[in-house]
Design a protein around this ligand. Structure first.
Ligand SMILES: Nc1ncnc2c1ncn2[C@@H]1O[C@H](COP(=O)(O)OP(=O)(O)O)[C@@H](O)[C@H]1O
Ligand SMILES: [Mg+2]
Length: 576
């Protein structure tokens, strides 16, 4: 895992190289400091050397100045390298996310995914940025200080050294805990993000049902859970330094005892001893920090695991290695013995359906019957478990996914508009479209007139204050988008069901323009919109139970006739 993270820093090697060089500077300065204690003490206090004494303050300032420059260089380049690497990780996780199939998004709430891209990657950043910085710098400091103390007195140094391995075991144990806790904590953060995402985007429903209190309580709850994991994390991290210090205190005590004895018996000079003690005291600091970095690294590894889970996620629907480009089709669509299930249960069973070029095929039936699922298979959002979907007689799985999607324009109930200008929203599927093309599409969608009443016409931003589009207006923007895409196959999934009768008529006219010369699959609640379909298929519990046109199905006297009678009565009531 760590090597994977490091791999992302590879493009920024020269920054890391500079930073590493600078950390050698910092480290050797630490070593020099400990080393110089001996000659300075000897010259000044034993030798009463005034010249060295006068130089001393300048020397100290110079040393720290040099150390400061190195430290800055080290920090700056290492952390920018970290940021750049993390930026790449964030880009990569987003790119991978976008490449995944719809099934993945059904399984993972949007908020939780957002949290991975934002929070987990940020936590991972610690590993790449701060920690590596520490690793280099503290590592070099430790090495140079150890060199000094070994030089001064290797026997004493060995005693110092012996306790260091003793700290490794608890450090590892604590580190593992921290990693696990961090992963759980980040899961909780994902849940928090999901609540935010759901309640902010569904705020109207929350308010309408007066459920603010309940949502707030839920949010408080998750936040407390998050604290729960973080608190444990804090506990272990806070424990780790004292534990290390207590263990090392044994080393310090032993060294002072034995070293002090040596000095008293004249086996070592006092200045050497102080140089040694300085080095020893100094060496514990970088080592302690190294252990802290290790803990922080474990924390970010927990987050990194979550990040790589997404990066490693394979899309369910991929191009075959020999996939060809599907040229613009004529518009014959065939479903051949198609069966499909999302999970265990079959949602479509042995569906056979054919739409010839330019035909309108209507899908009707009770909700949950599988209509949306059926058209999702035509768009290849999912692939059938059995059977095949053909376009112009060829299995769409032979072709590149992108080229299949080019054949289809989809308008459904969800009128998704992006925070951009009206023109760019219409242009969404065809960024290269000219203004004239955009306008032509808007006219055909009966959107031109209301767009012209907007403060800035086509350049009005959707997110702008005061710009509120009605459901019908939004729908007509989406239709204009589909018209501009000019695909041979059109899918209308309850495109008008969210609209009132008046805007429905408007949208219906727009749809009629859109449907001209295309093969159309239309799903609609109101049978009035499908009276003139060339073929009507009734889907119930995943099976096509009736097919025919309006007249034959009425004459047949089955489900369709019943649905028709029900609506006919309704509309008569409405007319009274
Ligand atoms: N993403 C999904 N994951 C799992 N089951 C689903 C999913 N979408 C729909 N279903 C199930 O598939 C069945 C058919 O749904 P759908 O195609 O949306 O019906 P319709 O559009 O006719 O109302 C339903 O039982 C529904 O619960
Ligand atoms: Mg549906």
């Amino acid at each position: 895992m760590f090597t994977r993270i490091i791999a992302y820093s590879r493009p920024y090697w020269w920054r890391i190289f500079l930073a590493a060089a600078a950390s050698i500077g910092v480290g050797s300065m630490d070593g020099a400091f400990a080393y110089l204690v001996e000659p300075i003490l000897k010259k000044i206090f034993a030798g009463k050397d005034m010249f060295i004494f006068t130089l001393l303050p300048f020397g100290i300032i110079f040393l720290f100045l040099l150390r400061g420059v190195c430290r800055y260089t080290n920090d700056y380049f290492m952390r920018t390298a970290g940021q750049l690497a993390v930026q790449d990780v964030r880009n990569e996780i987003y790119k991978r996310n976008m490449g995944l199939s719809l099934g993945f998004f059904n399984r993972n709430p949007a908020g939780a995914l957002m949290s991975r891209v934002l929070n987990d990657v940020s936590m991972m950043q610690e590993a790449v940025g701060n920690i590596i910085t520490g690793l280099f710098r503290d590592g070099f400091s430790a090495v140079s200080l150890l060199a000094v103390i070994f030089y001064r007195n290797w026997k004493l140094a060995l005693i110092t050294f012996v306790v260091i391995p003793l700290t490794v075991y608890p450090a590892q144990k604590i580190g593992r805990r921290i990693k696990r806790l961090a992963k759980h904590g980040q899961e909780k953060m994902g849940e928090i993000a999901s609540i935010l995402q759901e309640t902010f985007s569904g705020i109207k429903v929350v308010k309408a049902f007066g459920l603010e209190e309940r949502e707030i309580a839920k949010f408080f709850d998750r936040n407390r859970d998050f604290y729960f994991f973080t608190r444990k994390n804090i506990k272990y991290e806070a424990l780790s330094a004292p534990i290390m210090e207590i263990i090392t205190s044994f080393g310090v005590a032993a060294v002072i005892w034995i070293g002090g004895n040596d000095v008293m018996h004249g086996r070592m000079s006092a200045s050497e001893f102080f140089s040694f003690v300085t080095g020893m005291v100094l060496v514990y600091t970088p080592i302690k920090r190294l252990i802290n970095s290790y803990n922080a690294m474990q924390r970010s590894m927990g987050a990194a695991e979550r990040v790589f889970e997404i990066i490693d996620e394979k899309p369910e629907i991929v191009d075959r290695p020999d996939a060809a480009e599907l040229e613009r089709v004529g518009g014959n669509v065939t479903l051949q013995d198609v069966s499909f299930r999302y999970n265990d249960e079959y949602v479509l069973r042995n569906v056979n359906l054919e739409a010839r070029r330019g035909e309108v095929v209507a899908l009707v039936g009770p909700s949950g019957g599988g209509k949306t699922t059926l058209v999702s298979l035509i768009s290849r959002f999912y692939e059938p478990n059995e059977g095949a979907v053909l376009m112009d007689g060829k299995d769409i799985r032979q072709f590149k996914l992108k080229s299949v999607l080019k054949q289809i324009a989809l308008v459904d109930q969800e009128t998704i508009l992006f925070n951009d200008t009206l023109a760019n929203n219409i242009r969404y599927g065809m960024p290269e479209a000219t203004d004239a093309q955009v306008e032509a599409a808007a006219r055909a969608a009966f959107a031109h007139d209301f767009i012209m009443t907007m403060p800035m016409g086509y350049e009005t931003g959707i997110g702008d204050r005061g710009v509120r589009l009605s459901g019908g207006q939004r729908q007509r923007i989406c239709i204009a988008r589909a018209i501009l895409k000019d695909a041979p196959i059109l899918i209308l999934d309850e495109a008008t069901s969210a609209l009132d009768t008046e805007s429905e008529q408007m949208v219906q006219k727009a749809l009629n323009n859109l449907m001209a010369n295309r093969t159309t699959f239309v799903i609609a609640h109101r049978l009035s919109t499908i009276l003139h379909a060339d073929k009507i298929a009734v889907l119930e519990k995943g099976e096509i139970v009736e097919t025919g046109n309006h007249e034959t199905l009425l004459a047949h006297g089955g489900i369709y006739a019943r649905l028709h009678d029900m609506q006919f009565q309704d509309s008569q009531k409405g007319d009274e």
